[in-house]
Every structure is written in C-alpha cells, then in structure tokens.
Design a protein around this ligand. Structure first.
Ligand SMILES: [Zn+2]
Length: 429
C-alpha cells in the first residue's frame, strides 16, 4: 500500500462527504487487497508451459545436465549408499536405473518432491482451497498441497532453480525454489540442506520432512506461485514423475512472451506515475539516495535492500547507498502497532508504506515486522516501497500480475520486464 500523506490529507479536507466516503471505501479496499486471492482463476491460463522448453533450457543452461555421469543428480544419501553395494549385478541395475532416470529428468526437467513417490502413490492430507484451520480456529485458505511423510525423509527440488530460505510461524522452516516459470514454496521442513541464494539442479535434496511452524504432524507442504500469485498446484503436481518412474507425456506448447513494446511501457508508466489519492505527477530522485536503516531488519531484509539497490543502479538510478546517519530516506522495520509513532498519518492497516515530502528527495518507508508478515511478503514490500519512493512511480495497478506494482496482494519479489522498462523511463525523464 502506498500513499502520499500530504496529498491524502489535502484531498480529505477539500472533499465533499460523498468523496470522503469514496476515499474511505478505497482505503478499505486497499486493506482488503492484502489478502485477496480471488484473482486466481485466470492465473490458470498461464500455468501450462512446455516440458520441451524446460528440457531445452535445462540442457542449455544447467551445467552438467548434458553430461553422461550419473551421480550428478543424486547427491542423495540413500541412493549413494545403494551405489556402494558390492553386488555387481545390483550395481549395474542401479547404473541402468540411473541412466533411465537421467533421461527422464532431461526430458521433463521436473520430479515429484518425495523420492520414489508420485502424487498418486503419496498420501495427500490436504488440497488447495478453503478448509478448517488445523488449529481449530475458523477456516483458512490453504495455498498448497500437503503430503504426510516421515520426519527426516529427503525432500527434492521439483525443478532446477535458486533457493531462498526463511523461517516463520506458519510455514516453519521454509524454502522458496525459484524456477524459470514458477516458484515452489516448501513448508514445515525439519532441516534445510541448502543455503540462501544457492542454485540447485532438479532432484537435489533441499531439506527433510518435518513439522515446524503451523503444522500438526510431519508433512511436506508444496505451494506454487505463477505470475505473482498462488495457483492451485494440483494440475501441476499430479503429473510430476517420480524420480524412480517414467515421466508423463510432455504437455502441449503454448506461446509465451516477455517482450515489452514501447507503447505498453509508456502506458504503464503513465498509470503508475504520481501518488495514490493525487492527480499530480512525480519525478524520480535525481541526486544520491542515502538510505538509513532503522529498527529490526532480518538478514534477508538487509540482503533484499542491497539487491534492490543494485537493481535500481542497473536501471539508471544516479546513486544509492546505505548510510549510518543523515540519510534522505529513513527505512524503518517496525511492528505495525509502532507505525503511527513513526509516521503519524500512516494509512491504517498498512503493512508497507512510504511517504514522500512533496517533490523533495526525501521520504520515510515503513516495513512491518509482525510475525504474520512472511519473509517473502517483506521482500516484496521492501522492493515495492523503495522503488515507488525513489522512482516517483507511486501508484499501484492491477494490470500485470508479475509486476512489483501489482495492486492486489502479491508475493512478487523481483522486477518483471515491464517493471524494468518503466523504472528506466522514470530515471531517464
Ligand atoms: Zn499445507
């Protein structure tokens, strides 16, 4: 959520009662958007992607995929142990099996997260959608599939990708595996065996099954994010091959494009430029942005800030640095209950917020540290609020689901292609 406080205050003062009611309604909408998942249906259109494309990319991009060695995929203790059995016949069976598996994984680039299992042979304890809360407090919307398995059971990378690791009260020990076309959210892990930022090939053991966070028994929770929103992962998970079974037929190809036309970018720029509740336009910071970090950021929060800074520099920002004091941007990490003490007229219900002093190149950003706000949400909020303040692209939009400026609650943590295009335009103007 974003706002220019001054403009909001002015707008409220000069408004008719009708208009005030309208603004109140918009504020309420802003609050509700944070947990709105109603836009999922049309995400389904974008789910389908081709195994052929993934396989081609895997062969082209992932080191080692096209090598003939077999232990590359299987840094898995139980498979390595099997390899070392003295029985020669068993060894050659194992080699043949691994050769077969390698071919399958090259073909699909994806496997079921529990070794030796598929959706059909694994137990499913909970699907996607509304259900009673496991804790018994009302109902909750379940954003993934739950597969019970013994604690300590290895959990595998479903596709090749880069991992982010965090811990929170609901997901427990969590991993986001960011693959080419989607992200996988793994929750409740007992142990995590990969490091933040690590690139992992499909089939890598990323952790072990556990019951950390909001969980009532050992299971692996798998959520899938596509185009910035959680999707029902069933269609995808149900056709994943086991790492020990034949893969399904590759799905049909659909065209996908990430190219952005200048017209499209120009239109989006105009939509985003300025502030919520105001008709005035805004310019980007011309001078050096000096960010002062206050409050209690996590290690991942700090890494996120640095990544956002680097991305903005790459896109044309004149200079951004972190300073100990005397910054022109105060970036506060605080509980939402503290927000009002930092920015007295903060929009109620905000979990991320910025305010900019008119056209001056200074402002304040608030990022919620409440336990209910996941690390991934904070990564999104940090990127969105910092970007909006510095670029003058202060308005949200519901136009693109993979955009950091997406109005609905979105866990997008990277700039999309059109985001990069409009940010470049903001710094060029
Ligand atoms: Zn779950």
């Amino acid at each position: 959520m974003t706002s220019s406080n001054q403009h909001l205050q002015q707008a409220l003062q000069h408004c008719s009662p009708d208009m005030q009611a309208e603004i109140a309604y918009r504020l309420a909408l802003q609050e509700s958007k944070q947990r709105s998942w109603l836009n999922l249906a049309y995400q389904l259109e974008t789910i389908v992607t081709t195994a052929a494309v993934i396989a081609t990319l895997a062969i082209l991009l992932v080191p080692g995929v096209n090598q003939s060695t077999t232990d590359w995929y299987f840094g898995i203790p139980w498979l390595n142990a099997a390899e070392k059995q003295p029985d020669q016949e068993k060894q050659s069976d194992q080699a043949a099996e691994e050769q077969k598996l390698e071919t399958q994984q090259e073909a699909t680039g994806r496997i079921f997260p529990l070794p030796g299992k598929t959706h059909a042979t694994a137990e499913l304890s909970s699907g996607y959608g509304s259900r009673e809360s496991p804790g018994g407090i009302g109902s909750t919307f379940h954003r993934g599939y739950d597969y019970p398995a013994p604690t300590g059971n290895p959990v595998l990378a479903i596709e090749s990708g880069t991992v982010k690791v965090w811990t929170d009260g609901s997901c427990g020990n969590g991993i986001e595996l960011k693959a080419k076309d989607r992200s996988f959210i793994y929750c409740h892990l007992d142990t995590v065996t990969v490091a933040n930022g690590q690139s992992v090939p499909v089939g890598t053991v990323v952790g072990t099954v556990g019951s950390t966070g909001g969980s009532t028994g050992p299971h692996i929770h798998i959520g899938i994010i596509e185009g910035g929103d959680y999707i029902d992962p069933g269609e995808y998970l149900k056709v994943l091959p086991s790492n020990l079974e034949s893969p399904p037929e590759a799905p049909a190809a659909t065209a996908a494009t990430s190219s952005v036309s200048p017209d499209e970018a120009q239109q989006y720029f105009l939509e985003l430029n300025g502030f919520e509740f105001s008709d005035s336009k805004a310019s980007s910071f011309r001078g050096v942005t000096r960010i002062e970090i206050l409050g209690n950021p996590t290690e991942v929060d700090r890494e996120t800030i640095k990544q956002v800074m680097q991305d903005l520099l790459d896109l044309g920002a004149n200079g951004i640095e972190i300073v100990e004091s005397g910054g022109n941007v105060q970036l506060h990490f605080a509980e939402t209950t503290e927000f009002g003490n930092i920015v007295p007229d903060v929009v109620k219900g905000s979990i991320g917020f910025f305010s900019r002093k008119s056209e001056a190149e200074e402002g304040t950003i608030l990022i919620a540290t409440d336990r209910r706000i996941s690390q991934q949400d904070r990564q999104h909020l940090i990127r969105e609020e910092v970007t909006q303040l510095i670029t003058g692209l202060g308005k949200d939009s519901d136009r693109y689901n993979d955009s950091i400026f997406q109005q609905r609650h979105d866990p997008v943590t990277q700039y999309s292609e059109i985001d990069k295009a409009v940010i470049r335009m903001a710094f060029e103007k």
